[in-house]
Design a protein around this ligand. Structure first.
Ligand code: PRP
Length: 213
């Protein structure tokens, strides 16, 4: 039997995924060692391999078949637009993609005026402003601390993830519009889906029973 390979998103999402997998009897002890710099882990009895990757790289590994299965945030899946099958909403990592800014930027959105939008998610922002709102927008790509942009005058609004809302609150910003809800999803390589159909279906059945609990 060949190994079934999983790409996990480094950090909290990976820890939550490993907790979920443990509930259905899939364990990987060596992965829990926080001191370890090892990147890939195996469960020999079950013929499973796991590796940790940076969030945006997970759909890339899955599209190319270097991983059969990936666990990614819906934000990353939308932004990367890779050819993968999204097969399951895992129900954790819940948050929202939102347009945020100072309250006085709200009329710019309502009246579809020309607007500058700072974001880590240029594809999601473009799709929302061009195809959903039909509003002319200049999309400015940033790599983090997006909330700074409206404060220092780089952009009128941002498109960013809101979880608890505390980053916005502490910086005097508000949610102005919601783009879409987000959560962790399981994605599968299309060829693996056919070649490893039985193993993947079995895994999905066991995961669904936990997720809908
Ligand atoms: C994310 C996001 C917001 C924040 C939202 O940033 O970009 O800044 O979390 O969470 P909250 O609503 O619970 O405050 P992250 O911490 O991932 O870092 P980043 O600034 O590098 O994007």
């Amino acid at each position: 039997m060949r190994y079934l390979t999983f790409a996990l998103t480094k950090g909290r999402l990976a820890r939550q995924t490993l907790d979920l997998f443990e509930k259905i009897g899939i364990t990987c002890e060596e992965m829990k060692d926080k001191e370890s710099r090892k990147l890939i882990f195996t469960n020999e009895e079950m013929k499973l391999r796991f590796f940790l990757a940076k969030g945006p790289d997970v759909p890339t590994y899955v599209e190319y078949g270097a991983a059969d299965i990936g666990i990614s945030g819906k934000d990353t899946i939308l932004e990367e637009g890779r050819k993968v099958h999204e097969v399951l909403d895992l129900g954790y990592g819940k948050c929202r993609m939102c347009v945020c800014g100072h309250r006085d930027a709200a009329p710019l959105l309502q009246h579809h005026e020309r607007i500058r939008v700072a974001t880590k998610y240029p594809n999601i922002a473009k799709d929302y402003f061009y195809n959903v709102k039909h509003q002319t927008a200049e999309i400015i790509k940033l790599n983090g601390s997006i909330e700074l942009a409206p404060i220092v005058g780089l952009a009128e609004v941002i498109v960013d993830i809101v979880e608890t809302g505390s980053t916005l609150r502490e910086n005097g910003l508000d949610v102005l519009e919601e783009v879409c809800p987000l959560s962790a999803r399981m994605i599968v390589n299309p060829v693996s889906m056919r070649m490893e159909n039985d193993r993947i279906k079995d895994l999905l059945t066991r995961l669904r029973a936990q997720v809908t609990d």
